[in-house]
Design a protein around this ligand. Structure first.
Ligand code: DC
Length: 223
């Protein structure tokens, strides 16, 4: 049987995790798993149901008839919510906030845990999120904490949104990013933090290509 390689990449929103992890996975022939998409799907589910995304009781209740899963179509990850492909609509700023809110609820984390664990058990993969190295895959062979200053991350997110036709002002993008950072790293359960044995990569001063090659080299060293 081929050895399974698991790479965990954690870090705050806008650090370039998904772009870097996706590119590194492609270069190394591993699958890329974006776990944020799962939390976003639950967040979007709560919004669709008109729920307060911070209300643990009603979100937990919703989970009893909610199905969230990942599928790979032509090598690209798609996320499904109750059979509907929600890969696009989970990317709005409202969905980001909803995801951050529901991700602080223990029942939501428990609900998504097995999906993440099973993918990593059966596939060599690069998995990105907030608690991959600390909670989901504590035995991952490679653990990377990818970060950048808040201003740089907000600028990148701002340009990304602008490219998609959004006119969100930079100040609003920065304020929401800071709020999400605070929330994700101060929550009681599985807060965002580097694992003791993870390598921190600060991409504030790096180009995308440099960030990718830094991560690819770190993975190659351990493979
Ligand atoms: O990576 P992202 O921006 O798509 O994640 C959206 C939210 O989901 C983020 O604010 C926190 C939450 N999340 C989490 O709690 N744990 C993960 N492994 C991934 C995301």
């Amino acid at each position: 049987m081929k050895k399974i390689i698991n790479v965990a990449i954690d870090g705050p929103g806008g650090a370039g995790k998904s772009t870097v992890a996706k590119a590194a996975a492609k270069e190394l022939g591993l699958i890329y798993v974006d776990t944020g998409a799962l939390y976003r799907a639950v967040g979007v589910g709560a919004l669709k149901n008109g729920l307060d995304t911070k209300d643990a009781a009603s979100v937990t209740e919703m989970l009893t008839d909610t199905e969230v899963g990942l599928k790979y179509i032509d090598g690209v990850q798609h996320v499904f919510l109750n059979g509907e492909d929600v890969s696009e609509i989970i990317r709005t700023p409202d969905a980001s906030m909803a995801a951050s809110n529901v991700s602080a609820i223990q029942a939501v984390r428990d609900f998504l845990f097995d999906t993440q664990r099973n993918i990593a058990k059966n596939n060599s993969c690069v998995m990105d999120g907030r608690d991959i190295a600390t909670v989901v895959l504590p035995d991952a062979q490679v653990k990377i904490f990818l970060t950048a200053s808040a201003e740089v991350r907000a600028q990148r997110r701002f340009l990304e949104l602008k490219e998609k036709g959004s006119d969100e002002p930079y100040e609003k993008v920065l304020a929401e990013l800071l709020e999400r950072d605070y929330q994700d790293s101060h929550r009681e359960i599985a807060p965002l933090k580097p694992a003791e044995d993870s390598v921190t990569v600060d991409t504030s001063e790096m180009s995308l290509e440099q960030s990718i090659s830094t991560v690819v080299n770190l993975i190659k060293e351990k493979m």
